[in-house]
Design a protein around this ligand. Structure first.
Ligand code: BG6
Length: 493
């Protein structure tokens, strides 16, 4: 595995811990080797020392033991170089030739682009031209060559199309793995099993029975040290174009004919194509945006977005967005999908909540102050991964009174905590040649077509009411008013 950007945060925080765990679990070949490539002047020993420190920092001490680290770090090698220079790729090729000598001839090369998006195109061109990574015409070709590309894949439909053009000139689609780490999360995959390996949900999974769907991904963190990136991205590019729309496709897609990469991705792409376009004229009916001001998180005072490092003091960037998507097909006609994501919320939570319709007639009288709650199936992606179903029961006593209760499935209670991380699943899938959990070029482009009008409209008109929610609260009051006017209310996951 050749990691471009081996000196960066992603490598230290996510990729190396994932590889270390896969190695520990015996999932990697004995002669599996990593070649790190980055600008920093380092040799193998310094690189190994840096990664050892990172593993000690990001993994619990009982996992990052001296013995396990001593076994893992000798697999790491390093080449220093600039991604824009041909000499770097020549040096990589030279090193790979040495490393691959004496190994089975069918060993693959997996390239991981953990580099800034601005250098993707340059690196891909060089990879192909230098011969370090070859185009393969058939999935079965050996030795295989695959490329994982990190998000963001483009910053608009146009730039994503251009990048897809660059990537396709160098590789065949079956070699390209566009990563969205949400697809590697355990509960996200469980959504597919739940929907398609049970017979009780599918008959209800449509406009006849579902009133609306709420997909929420909210965080307590602010923009941290990523102000420069976030000023350009905002919440729609950062979370909606990829993670949230991916959750929506898995929730809404038709049953694929097989659990194969193309069958699943065909169905997901159809959902994206069926999303009703949002236009400047309908923007206010379909979306609400916000930006956090100063506030309190977990008892500590935190600054507002506009005073974060590298953020403009009059920034119009949204850190909160709620959007109502309508899917114009037979299954979902008339069912709103409310997607919401934000930074600096009171809790970190990602969930998909399916709210069912109320019974057509309620024969039990409600007393003053009593409310009748609809059934909700909530799929908790994180934390506290699991699934719960809310339904009404009679409370004990002579009177007929109702209360809501929950049946709950909790991953840790049921199976114990295996601390499994999304990157482990995804890197292993890529090594095995399974692209089911990676996004195909048509999906990426369709997702950009969905969000582009919103980004463009919001880019033109900086709101004068920002900041409109305090850090540590559940978002702007306009978002509550907006959803109430549509006959729903936000869940607090
Ligand atoms: C990333 C975004 O893709 O996902 C971040 O760039 C966000 O802004 C992160 O914090 C959330 O991921 P997770 O796995 O912590 O929910």
């Amino acid at each position: 595995m050749i990691i471009f950007g081996a000196g960066g945060d992603l490598t230290r925080r996510k990729l190396m811990p994932a590889l270390f765990r896969l190695a520990g679990a015996g999932m990697l070949a004995d002669d599996f080797t990593v070649l790190g490539v980055a600008r920093e002047a380092m040799d193998d020993d310094l690189f190994r020392a840096a990664i050892r420190t990172a593993l000690e920092q990001f993994l619990p001490p009982e996992e990052a033991t001296k013995e396990a680290l001593d076994k893992f770090v000798p697999r790491l090698h390093y080449v220093a170089g600039d991604f824009a220079e041909a000499a770097t790729y020549a040096a990589v090729q030279e090193r790979l030739t040495v490393l691959e000598t004496g190994r089975p001839a069918d060993g693959g090369r997996l390239f991981y682009l953990a580099i800034p998006p601005s250098v993707y195109a340059t690196a891909i061109d060089h990879l192909a031209q230098s011969g370090v990574a070859r185009r393969l015409y058939a999935q079965s070709d050996r030795p295989w060559v695959r490329v994982i590309i990190e998000k963001p894949f483009g910053s608009s439909l146009e730039s994503a199309q251009a990048l897809n053009g660059v990537v396709r000139r160098a590789f065949s689609e079956h070699q390209i793995y566009r990563i969205d780490h949400y697809l590697g999360k355990e509960t996200v995959q469980n959504l597919l099993v739940c929907r398609f390996a049970n017979s009780i949900f599918e008959p209800l999974w449509n406009r006849q029975h579902i009133h609306h769907v709420q997909i929420t991904a909210v965080e307590t963190v602010g923009v941290e040290r990523r102000g420069r990136y976030y000023e350009e991205a905002g919440v729609v590019r950062d979370m909606f174009q990829n993670h949230l729309l991916q959750l929506l496709t898995l929730t809404a897609m038709e049953p694929p004919v097989t659990f194969s990469a193309d069958a699943v991705r065909d169905e997901k792409a159809k959902v994206l194509h069926a999303i009703r376009p949002i236009t400047p004229a309908t923007m206010h009916e379909y979306s609400v945006r916000g930006q956090y001001g100063p506030g309190t998180i977990d008892g500590s005072a935190v600054r507002g977005y506009r005073t974060e490092p590298d953020v403009s003091p009059d920034s119009g960037t949204a850190t909160y967005a709620a959007v109502r998507f309508m899917i114009d097909n037979w299954r979902w006609q008339g069912v709103p999908f409310y997607l919401r994501s934000a930074k600096r919320m009171p809790r970190r939570a990602t969930e998909i909540a399916i709210q069912f319709r109320q019974p057509p007639h309620l024969m039990f009288p409600l007393r003053d102050g009593e409310a009748f709650e609809p059934n909700v199936l909530a799929i908790r992606v994180q934390p506290n991964e699991g699934i719960s179903l809310r339904f009404e029961v009679k409370t004990p006593g002579v009177d007929v009174r109702m209360a809501s209760v929950e049946m709950d499935f909790n991953y840790v209670e049921a199976f114990g905590d295996n601390g499994h991380e999304a990157y482990e699943t995804l890197i292993l899938d890529c090594m095995l040649g399974d692209a089911t959990l990676f996004t195909r070029s048509d999906e990426v482009e369709a997702a950009w077509s969905v969000v582009d009008p919103m980004i463009e409209f919001w880019g033109h008109k900086a709101p004068d009411h920002f900041p409109n929610y305090a850090a540590g609260t559940w978002g702007p009051s306009v978002a509550d008013e907006w959803i109430h006017a549509l006959g729903c209310r936000w869940r607090q996951p």
